[in-house]
Write a protein that binds this ligand. Structure first.
Ligand SMILES: [Zn+2]
Length: 143
């Protein structure tokens, strides 16, 4: 039997919490940050749910991690579209890619075969006496 006792979570002391928060703030996904200190992401969530100061600290670390991840992202169309970067690189690449897609779409449109006109089909006949033509129009009934 483990000296910690059955079902008892691994030690997540102040030192481990700080290491975890540092890992989160460095941009690691929460599961990976938890793994660096040997806990499950669920356990980190549980501590956050019961310890308001840890919850607040983790929220700040998550925000910082998100910022770090966005900064590490290469400049280009993706960053322009999904992270709102409007630097010269992102604007140029997004604009070029957009132009290329428009030209490709225009080329596709001219290359495409003309569409045949819509085909007229006969609708099945309703059984006599049961179709809507038997019922008087609503306006006629109202007058
Ligand atoms: Zn950019």
């Amino acid at each position: 039997m483990s000296p910690r006792g059955r079902g008892r979570p691994v030690n997540f002391d102040q030192t481990a919490r700080e290491q975890y928060l540092t890992a989160v703030a460095s941009g690691l996904p929460l599961a990976d940050a938890a793994a660096t200190v040997g806990i499950t992401p669920q356990w980190a969530n549980r501590v956050a749910a019961t310890d308001p100061s840890f919850h607040t600290a983790r929220d700040l670390a998550k925000k910082e991690g998100k910022r770090v991840r966005a900064e590490q992202l290469a400049h280009g169309e993706y960053r322009y579209n999904h992270h709102g970067c409007r630097c010269g690189i992102c604007c140029t690449e997004a604009s070029q890619a957009r132009t290329e897609r428009r030209h490709a779409a225009a080329a596709d449109a001219t290359a495409a075969e003309p569409q045949p006109p819509p085909e007229v089909i006969d609708l099945p006949q309703l059984a006599p006496g049961r179709g809507p033509s038997e019922a008087p129009p609503l306006l006629a009934r109202a007058s």
